[in-house]
Design a protein around this ligand. Structure first.
Ligand SMILES: [Zn+2]
Length: 254
């Protein structure tokens, strides 16, 4: 559970960089090899068939070499760019939940083992996600439905956000998902992978951005649209750590 999205993203980015570098290198290797060999054969009095054959053979060789060189260079560059992007301090379950005194038994075991204790870091203070500074419903993993009596956890914090109000990115990040189908209890939503490895989901919000877009801290990510099952328009913001565990978003602001 200590592996963050940033690490998965890093490997994928390096591989993607390799192939895009390889494609560019192969193309320029082929062009260079073809032109060089064709001109050489032509200068030595070869007929057009010889010129093309020699050009093609050298072109393929050039493509292989150019592809490999370009691929490695592309992979290194993409990996470095990605590392620069993921420069935000990565919060841990330990330092966030310890504040709220809410470590789960498994996390307490991990802490006792020393794994998480070593990784305590300071979390950069996030931008406030809404225009109004009011929380209308708290995160509550133990909430029970008032009528059925069955567990119905509230896995995020509700912030006052009237229809048409902008909602803002907590940190620098990258858009990983947008949904505009309108159905479902959360309505429309946008997900941002922040550069500290946390993931934020903004529900009842019409996305203003597309998947892959980079966002800065405090940038508008969407507009409250009253979609989903709600009693009044608001922003439901949920935050996940290490790709799977919900945390109390308010712990980031305290
Ligand atoms: Zn909510």
């Amino acid at each position: 559970m200590v592996a963050g999205g940033a690490f998965f993203g890093n490997a994928a980015t390096t591989v993607a960089g390799f192939w895009s570098g390889a494609a560019v290198g192969a193309a320029s290797g082929f062009a260079g090899g073809f032109t060089g060999a064709a001109l050489n054969t032509l200068a030595n009095g070869g007929n057009i068939g010889d010129v093309l054959t020699a050009g093609f053979r050298a072109g393929v060789q050039g493509a292989f070499i150019g592809g490999a060189v370009g691929g490695i260079a592309g992979g290194i560059k993409a990996s470095k760019n990605n590392a620069d992007f993921w420069s935000g301090k990565k919060p841990t379950v330990q330092n966030i939940k310890a504040k709220a005194g809410a470590l789960s038994p498994m996390e307490t075991d991990l802490s006792a083992g020393g794994e998480l204790v070593e990784r305590v870091e300071t979390v950069e203070k996030p931008a406030w996600p809404t225009k109004h500074r009011k929380v209308t419903s708290d995160y509550n993993p133990n909430r029970v439905h008032p009528v059925s009596g069955k567990p119905r956890p509230h896995t995020g914090t509700d912030f006052r956000s009237y229809k048409g109000d902008p909602n803002y990115s907590l940190y620098k990040g990258r858009v990983t998902k947008v949904y505009t189908g309108g159905s479902g209890s959360g309505g429309n939503y946008i997900k941002i992978e922040f550069n500290n490895g946390l993931e934020g989901s903004y529900f009842h919000t019409r996305p203003s951005l597309s998947v892959g877009d980079l966002v800065s801290r405090g940038q508008i990510v969407g507009v409250s649209d009253g979609s989903g099952i709600i009693t009044a328009p608001h922003l439901h913001l949920s935050i996940k750590i290490d790709c799977n565990d919900y945390i109390n978003p308010m712990d980031l602001f305290n």
